[in-house]
Design a protein around this ligand. Structure first.
Ligand code: PGA
Length: 323
């Protein structure tokens, strides 16, 4: 049987709709009155085999609803829609991650990369710098967009993501400064800054490869668990668990900013390919839930299950709940 799941997401997030149909016909758009359809996502399964994932986006902002969608799909089905690799040591994982990025840039010198910060990608950036030093790759025509930045942390603060990117990558490669984009968490007008970032992303059309880490609470970027998620770049209040996790980089938790600007899940999901990297036993359970559990905005990373080109790199500890 052909099963079709349609999520209809509206502009202000107040009216959202999910329907399941056994057949895709022409009249399958039960849009509520007064709601503007801005995204339709069609996910088809035939005999539990993933067939197609079509995304139509007419505008930039929407919410994705919380309702779990895929309770009844087996693990086997989910495996068919993702490309998951488990590595026995960190170096192998780093080389694999950097290899995916360098291959893309070699084939597509003008690639648009979505970059992540945090502890997870550090080793991958080290390998990228080595590849650059050996002359195997150049970033001179690449464009980058970082996922997020703290609000109110000066860019030269060592824990700002501006400083992180300089330290781990930008200072060591030939990426032009003007091609590296990071949200400005010090803007006097944060809403305008989010709009500016969305505009830049729109001009870039599509991120070719989005690198993602995973928060202990299932966040991606700084899209924290919530009853709905926002599509575009927005200001977010960080959850206590996120501030606690990041306190290791600051003198105390009180120094961890309470807010951040983050790319939204819509932008992340629009990327051509998503590279999710997860390390450590403390994330084994959440990455398993993210990739095999019900899709819900309460675990933002579960939305990655709907992406047609998801590549997952796990170390052995993080991958222990996968066969
Ligand atoms: P980490 O953070 O890489 O520092 O563990 C990941 C995240 O919170 O997205």
């Amino acid at each position: 049987m052909l099963k079709i799941i349609i999520m209809i997401l509206d502009k202000n997030g107040k009216h959202t709709h999910v329907s399941q149909y056994s057949y895709l016909g022409k009249s399958l758009l039960p849009i509520r009155k007064n709601s503007v359809m801005i995204e339709m996502r069609v996910i088809c399964f035939q005999n539990d085999i993933f067939m197609q994932n079509t995304i139509i986006i007419n505008q930039n902002r929407y919410h994705i609803l919380q309702k779990p969608l895929f309770d009844n799909l087996s693990m086997k089905v989910r495996k068919t829609i993702m490309n998951l690799h488990i590595f026995q040591n960190q170096q192998e994982l780093n080389e694999a991650g950097a290899g995916i990025i360098t291959s893309l840039v070699q084939m597509q010198p003008k690639a648009v990369l979505g970059l992540a910060t945090g502890g997870t990608p550090v080793g991958i950036y080290e390998e990228l710098v080595k590849a650059y030093d050996k002359g195997r790759v150049s970033f001179k025509s690449v464009t980058t967009f970082n996922l997020d930045e703290y609000v109110g942390l000066p860019v030269d603060h060592p824990e700002s993501y501006h400083a992180y990117m300089q330290q781990h990558l930008f200072a060591h490669i030939d990426l032009p400064a003007a091609a590296a984009h990071i949200p400005n968490g010090n803007s006097a007008d944060l809403d305008a800054e989010c709009e500016r970032y969305n505009q830049l992303l729109e001009e870039a059309k599509q991120i070719d490869l989005q690198i993602l880490g995973l928060g202990h609470n299932g966040h991606i970027g700084f899209n924290e668990p919530d009853h709905s998620l926002i599509s575009g770049t927005h200001r977010v209040e960080l959850k206590a668990e996120t501030r606690e996790a990041n306190a290791r980089y600051f003198n105390s938790i009180n120094e961890v900013p309470s807010h951040a600007l983050t790319m939204g899940v819509g932008t992340i999901l629009k990327a051509k390919t998503i590279l999710l990297i997860v390390r450590g036993a403390d994330k084994a359970e959440i990455v398993h839930r993210a990739l095999t559990g019900p899709i819900t905005t309460e675990i933002p990373a579960t939305l990655l299950q709907t992406h047609p080109h998801l590549v997952v790199l796990l170390d052995a500890e993080a991958g222990r709940f996968f066969e």
